[in-house]
Design a protein around this ligand. Structure first.
Ligand code: MD6
Ligand code: FE
Length: 201
């Protein structure tokens, strides 16, 4: 396994997944998206998000006019598809936990998509970490501290990278300032996929 680097209390594994493992994950995710099509969410305030989303697992994270929450079903009414086995293997390996995640959120960044600075705090137990896996285009990730005004650091997340937010960094503010659309050839049409795995509790 490549060595993890620490940044503001997070662990970053650059190039954890080789090209073949990335391609295999993309194939798994095509099946997830076929069962649970990408959604263009709106914030509770009614603003459209530029990132498109879906999920796998027992629960999916959804955002609409009634708020942010975890839901047992895709808006189509169907349950979310199972989390791909290779993704679960990465979760157990990098977190060291026996417990599986409840949710694998799938974020898709097309040209110009970004994600504002936020905390992941819709889960019931912040003692469990959040694991993120990046595929496709490079993305400029910004991470600060538990208060929005805390100083931040930036790093480029590349295809095959993993990032673990746990311990004191679990509630750090973070976001994606921009991506370099078309920087990766993993997805033939360009774009970036980010998976975040969480225990919802
Ligand atoms: C992204 N990531 O990389 C957005 N959340 O597209 C997140 O929002 C995130 O990378 C929790 C833990 C790790 C993350
Ligand atoms: Fe997040």
């Amino acid at each position: 396994m490549t060595e993890a680097q620490e940044i503001r209390g997070c662990l970053h594994w650059p190039a954890l997944l080789d090209e073949a493992a990335q391609q295999a994950l993309v194939a798994d995710l095509r099946a997830v998206v076929a069962a649970a099509p990408l959604i263009s969410p709106v914030t509770p305030g009614g603003r459209p998000m530029s990132v498109r989303m879906t999920a796998a697992g027992r629960l999916g994270w959804v955002s609409d006019a009634s708020g942010y929450r975890y839901a047992a079903r895709h808006p189509s009414g169907r349950p979310w598809p199972p989390i791909p086995a290779a993704v679960l293997t990465l979760w157990h390996r990098l977190t060291g936990l026996d417990r599986p995640p409840d949710c694998c959120l799938v974020n898709f960044y097309g040209e110009g998509a970004r994600m504002g600075l936020h905390q992941d705090r819709d889960e019931g137990d912040f003692s469990f970490p959040v694991l993120s896996i990046s595929l496709g285009d490079d993305a400029l990730f910004r991470i600060g501290g538990p208060h929005r005004r805390d100083p931040t650091s930036s790093l480029w997340l590349k295809s095959g990278d993993a990032l673990l937010l746990g311990g004191p960094a679990r509630l750090a503010f973070h976001g994606i300032d921009r991506t370099r659309f078309g920087s990766s050839r993993l997805l033939p049409q360009g774009g970036r996929i980010n998976l975040t795995l969480r225990v919802v509790a």
